[in-house]
Design a protein around this ligand. Structure first.
Ligand code: PLP
Length: 278
């Protein structure tokens, strides 16, 4: 496989080249962000946390009124893995509203729904093993009062703006909310360790599956894990800062230490424990 667009993907009951499954420029999924998705990692050919990703995708689709067709998603993933053998990959679940023949932007009931899945190679989150994270106090993450950040959505605009503001010498950024509390970054949750307690933001963030695995590990290891407001002062005084994502698992930042090391090693074990054979 030389070009990712030649991979075989799935859309509305058919297996097609990835380049042929995209939305029309008229689709509300494209012009109104009327869409949602989920991304699940595949490690050594096995799906990771399949049930959790599927559940989050179903919850997000329900939130936005996008009805998922009756498809056996695990069977689709197995077929995708067979047709595109990739050891370490991402599986995308994606659903979006098309456009009605009336052309009326309020004619939602006559919009077709498009459901697609594809598998593609995963990429590292940073060029160095330790991420240099910049605290962006100027760009605000959208509050849960709007659509609810626990539901995945396509609106990455403030995350993208923050990444564009990332100063030279840093890999990526972490945004604050409108109360000035630390939230998350473009594609990852943020965890801090202070006095052996792991803390992560309790609102205005996506409920990341990787962070839920960190929570499981913390419970098993008798480490106190708290979802709570993280002030910038608390963040800046942390003993350790790590980020979590399906793309990088538990990734250390330049402020790291023994708790992060433990989480990284236990996460490796979880890759087998929480695996579904494809
Ligand atoms: N936060 C945002 C905004 C994300 O887009 C993602 C992943 O795409 C995450 C956090 C991490 O979530 P997960 O661990 O489920 O990949």
């Amino acid at each position: 496989m030389n070009n990712v667009l030649d991979l075989i993907a799935y859309k509305n009951g058919e297996f097609l080249p990835l380049k042929d499954i995209g939305p029309s420029i008229l689709d509300f999924g494209f012009i109104h962000c009327d869409a949602t998705y989920d991304v699940m990692p595949v490690y050594k050919g096995k799906a990771f946390c399949y049930e959790r990703h599927l559940k989050r995708f179903q919850n997000s689709a329900k939130r936005y009124g996008l009805t998922i067709p009756n498809v056996d998603t695990l069977e689709v993933i197995k077929e995708l893995a067979k047709r595109n053998p990739i050891e370490n990959a991402f599986v995308w679940f994606i659903i979006w509203r098309g456009y009605p023949s009336s052309g009326n932007p309020r004619d939602l009931e006559n919009c077709p729904i498009n459901f697609a899945m594809y598998i593609k190679p995963s990429y590292p989150i940073a060029s160095t093993p330790m991420v240099k994270l910049y605290l962006d106090k100027k760009t605000h993450r959208v509050n849960d009062d709007y659509y609810g950040q626990q539901y995945k959505n396509m609106a990455w605009i403030e995350l993208t703006m923050s990444q564009m503001n990332c100063p030279t010498g840093f890999d990526t950024t972490v945004l604050v909310d409108t109360d000035g509390l630390v939230t998350e970054g473009p594609g990852f949750n943020v965890g801090i360790v202070k006095d052996k307690v792991i803390m992560t933001s309790n609102k205005n963030v996506l409920k990341g599956i990787t962070m839920s695995v960190v929570e499981d590990i913390a419970n098993e290891q008798d480490i106190n894990f708290q979802r709570m407001p993280i002030t910038t002062e608390l963040f800046l005084s942390a003993d350790e800062v790590f980020i979590t994502s399906s793309s990088g698992g538990v990734t250390p930042t330049t402020i790291t230490g023994s708790v992060t090391d433990l989480l990284i090693s236990k996460y490796e074990i979880k890759k087998d424990e929480y695996a579904t054979k494809l």
